[in-house]
Design a protein around this ligand. Structure first.
Ligand code: FAD
Length: 478
């Protein structure tokens, strides 16, 4: 406790016959901790009163930009972060390179989100745009570039530059950043202000901005604390679910496949209700595609990852949680119909009739999958192409259009790049980020029920909503 006192605070400790240790900081808001040995630690906290202040909980993308914006408008701002350093999620984003935003038009960006998310984000995305974000960073010396697919990265490929830029912005504008300061609880006072209970004591605030993120990658500090406080304060929490998450398969892929990328395929999550399977007398049935995405898949030791997998995971989970069996399949040739793919193979056969089947298959699919695919089709891999029957060719085409990778064993919340669900968007004013239930309380970033796709959309959502929250919290103090 003592070691955690901020330097600004004066404190005195008094030992009374070694039984009582009293720590007092002026005005009393008491707390009493009992110890197993029957001794007590009485902690008398000072309300670190500051007139017209804004307290921000969470030093991620949303919290840091909110802090900078509010402070730049003249508010006294304190940012509380439980980690020893701010911006940990930014540091691990984009594999450490930080895909900071997307270079598309705002309208196009908004379309990438689910409809209710897109409606909610419209004001924030227009108020603090991707261009404004890049200009802000450029002014702090962070140059960026845009890839063909619209993803924007710092030219240095170093996410730390982005975090440093925000640290500098906060410092220059007088934001007080209290690190290693986990918030335990938030209380609303009768006069409309808040008491924020931390390991350093209680901090009073005229306005509180909750920017505590989601509840995946819990080791980074995002343990879903914000959801609990918000719910206690009367908000609805849309059930928390994984999104942008790798998928664990049963059986796990053969070791030979691990590390194999499948480029530009169509990944499909195919559901087959259990009772339908059982009642169908073992006959082959057509499953329903519950989620699909065109892009790259990476086969790993536990299952699959890569952009297409991450995108499919959110909707696949909605079925998986109902106990529905989900098979993950790949279409290696999404741009070709069955007939066009058949044509392509016929052409290959007529050009190279004496080639072996394994040579053709290694040309059609990633090399490490070729032998397995032929074994599944019961086609001898030494067979010459001109010996392939029409039926065998037909089966090969079908397999190329729907190659099974395994059955979903789990889609773990903790491994999601974002958390789907969170504070219901119906209870937050999208033009201010202020709660419509608790005046003076603001919510921004991933703590909201928003989960965008891969491509820089989630960081932009955190920056735009954080900016709006900081802006309004500060201006409403005036
Ligand atoms: C591996 C990975 C890669 C990603 N890559 C990208 C990418 O390239 N592009 C992209 O757009 N998005 C990416 N994302 C998603 C993106 O990082 C998040 O959506 C975004 O950082 C959310 O910002 P936030 O400020 O809302 O929350 P966070 O950045 O999660 O910040 C919340 C902060 O609150 C703090 N906190 C929580 N509880 C408390 C408490 N009780 N007291 C004090 N502090 C607390 C946490 O320690 C944390 O620092 C990635 C995510 C992951 C996990």
């Amino acid at each position: 406790m003592l070691q955690n006192c901020s330097k600004r605070e004066t404190h005195h400790t008094v030992r009374l016959k070694n039984y009582l240790k009293i720590l007092f900081y002026g005005e009393i808001i008491n707390d009493l901790d009992g110890f197993d040995d029957g001794k007590f630690l009485i902690i008398l906290y000072n309300r670190m009163d500051k007139k017209e202040n804004v307290v921000i909980i969470g030093g991620g993308a949303a919290g840091m930009i909110a802090a900078w914006r509010a402070a730049s408008l003249g508010a006294q701002v304190t940012l509380l972060e439980k980690n020893p350093n701010p911006g940990i999620k930014i540091l691990i984003s984009g594999g450490g390179k930080c895909n900071i935003t997307n270079g598309n038009e705002i309208q196009t960006m908004l379309k990438q989100f689910q409809k209710n998310e897109s409606r909610f984000l419209k004001f924030a995305f227009h108020t603090f745009t991707n261009d404004q974000l890049l200009t802000l960073l450029q002014n702090e010396g962070v140059e960026t570039y845009t890839r063909d697919n619209g993803k924007v990265f710092p030219t240095s490929h170093d996410a730390e530059d982005v975090v440093k830029a925000f640290q500098n912005l906060m410092e220059r504008n007088g934001v007080e950043v209290l690190l290693q300061t986990p918030v335990k609880e938030i209380f609303r006072n009768d006069d409309g202000s808040f008491n924020v209970k931390t390991n350093r004591g209680i901090i009073s605030a005229a306005k509180v901005i909750i920017a505590t993120g989601g509840s995946s990658y819990q080791k980074t500090g995002t343990t879903g604390d914000g959801f609990r406080w918000i719910q206690k304060l009367g908000h609805t929490i849309v059930p928390i679910r994984p999104a942008l998450t790798p998928i664990i398969l049963l059986p796990a892929p053969p070791s030979l496949w691990q590390g194999t990328p499948i480029r530009e395929c169509n990944l499909m999550a195919i559901s087959l209700p259990f009772d339908f399977r059982q009642n169908n007398g073992g006959q082959a049935v057509q499953g329903e595609i519950v989620s699909e995405w065109r892009g790259d898949v990476l086969i790993t030791h536990f299952g699959i990852s890569g952009p297409a997998t991450l995108e499919v995971s959110r909707n696949a989970y909605l079925q998986f949680e109902k106990g529905i069996k989900i098979d993950m399949c790949v279409d290696f040739y999404p741009e070709l119909t069955i007939e066009q793919l058949d044509e392509k193979i016929i052409k290959e056969i007529s050009t190279n009739p004496s080639r072996s089947m394994i040579t053709l298959t290694e040309y059609l699919v990633p090399q490490k999958l070729a032998e397995f695919l032929l074994a599944q089709l019961k086609i001898d891999y030494t067979k010459k192409l001109n010996q392939l029957s029409k039926n065998e060719r037909g089966e090969l085409v079908k397999k190329l259009k729907r190659f099974p990778l395994g059955t979903v064993k789990d889609i773990p919340l903790d491994r999601g790049e974002v958390t789907a669900g969170g504070a219901s968007l119906n209870e937050v004013d999208s033009t201010t980020m202020e709660s419509t239930i608790v005046q003076g309380l603001y919510l921004c970033g991933e703590v909201l029920d928003i989960a965008g796709p891969v491509g820089g959309y989630n960081l932009q959502a955190a920056f735009s909503t954080g900016y709006v929250a900081g802006d309004h919290a500060a201006t409403s103090l005036r």
